[in-house]
Write a protein that binds this ligand. Structure first.
Ligand SMILES: C[S@@+](CC[C@H](N)C(=O)[O-])C[C@H]1O[C@@H](n2cnc3c(N)ncnc32)[C@H](O)[C@@H]1O
Length: 252
């Protein structure tokens, strides 16, 4: 994988054409395509979706042009990449990345579960925890993990900083996320019948994490640990939450 040798370095926000960049959980690949356009090429990037290629066509018709753009600029595009085990992927496990980026992780939309529901919060936390753990296996020395996320209630209940610490990753920056910084980027819901729809970006931030220089003593297992379950289910406002009373129909 190339790092942009021999070319003039170009930057867009936190990202440079000389970084090796892994993007995970892409929607219609418009974020990756935006970076590639600014860099002028994309041989330094691997852009991935959780969805298979067939599912991607179904969910995000708008991905076609972005995928074409990425391929033309030399980006490696992979589908079916799950943040739970991406570090074991035959290609990905051979590369160390300077930036690993997950914009607006979301564990899915389920009828009867609103975003305040403790069960959904637990699923989101498990997803983010898995991302941190797997990303930690793939970072270059001094590399950074970037998570863009909403930081108001109930999304702040995910406590992403705490989850990162349990993967020995420490918050070094929390910068407001402005969509206008990324020309052509369309953030996508990614799930349910409205998967290709966008959602309003309010109170959104890019959290940057790095390995700590000091030994961290909090090596617990994934987000499903007792402490997380308690955390996700402890608030009185949650217990009173109307969404808890909605009929629950789980469709997997
Ligand atoms: C709210 S969408 C955001 C999509 C895209 N990052 C964007 O900014 O438009 C959440 C994304 O998380 C992805 N996702 C959910 N579970 C995942 C997993 N286990 N591994 C990788 N991605 C996952 C979904 O496929 C979906 O595209």
């Amino acid at each position: 994988m190339m790092k942009g040798e021999g070319r003039k370095e170009r930057w867009i926000k936190h990202y440079s054409s000389s970084h090796r960049i892994l993007l995970v959980g892409e929607g219609d690949f418009s974020f990756s395509a935006c970076l590639a356009k600014v860099f002028g090429y994309a041989k330094n990037m691997v852009a991935t979706s959780y969805d298979s290629q067939d599912m991607l066509w179904e969910k995000h018709w708008s991905s076609e042009a972005h995928l074409e753009e990425l391929k033309q600029r030399g980006c490696l595009v992979l589908h079916d990449i799950d943040v739970n085990d991406m570090h074991k992927h035959p290609i990905l496990k051979t590369i160390k990345f300077d930036r690993i980026v997950f914009n607006f992780p979301h564990a899915g939309h389920f009828p009867g579960f609103c975003e305040r529901h403790t069960y959904l919060i637990k699923m989101h936390k498990e997803l983010v925890m898995a991302f941190f753990k797997s990303a930690g296996e793939m970072l270059s020395e001094g590399g950074e993990v970037h998570l863009s996320h909403r930081d108001d209630y109930p999304y702040n209940k995910w406590k992403v900083e705490k989850l990162a610490k349990r993967a020995d990753l420490h918050l070094i920056e929390r910068a407001e996320f402005f969509k206008s910084d990324y020309t052509g980027y369309h953030n996508k819901r990614g799930g349910g019948i409205k998967s290709n729809q966008t959602f309003p970006l309010k109170d959104f931030f890019t959290f940057t994490f790095k390995f700590s220089l000091v030994e961290c003593s909090c090596h617990e297992e994934t987000g499903s640990s007792k402490s997380d379950q308690e955390e996700a289910g402890s608030s009185e406002s949650d217990i009173e939450d109307l969404c808890e009373l909605l009929p629950v129909v789980l469709r997997f």
